[in-house]
Ligand binder design. Sequence first.
Ligand code: NI
Length: 160
Amino acid sequence: MSVHRIREYPDPVLVSPAEKVVDFDDSLLSLVEDMWETMAQYDGVGLAAPQIGLGIQVAVVGWKDRKIVLVNPEVIEAEGEAVQEEGCLSAPGIFEKVTRPCRVVVIAQDEKGVSQRIEESGFLARAIMHEIDHLQGHLFFDRLSPLKRRFLKRKIQKRG
Ligand code: NI
């Protein structure tokens, strides 16, 4: 297992849609292990493969005793609206209130290719949607008003 370097915005891999996973082989198993280790190392609650430089649809979400692996996830239901502050390992130091659904149902495969139906609400629903956004080439500030988004992106680019 190894900890990977986290890519930061505006790294191109973070703003491009990720490819679907087709091969469920040993390299995918070890990638998911590495992602858990990297997430823990950086004190995150979720991590998507593009954040370690891989443009494939793999993400993990871990909070308390719940550990969710999302391969090729698809949101099939989203309900309600909740506003809460979010941050991202790929945009350090930026925290903003983001509106997300209160409850989501997602179909995804696990690291072995087994399809699963995942239903979560509250914080876990938010974390899952944040990671799925990464797989579509979006960061959380893409969910903000255009004005706020432009301001934040400029701030980050100046810093980099
Ligand atoms: Ni993130």
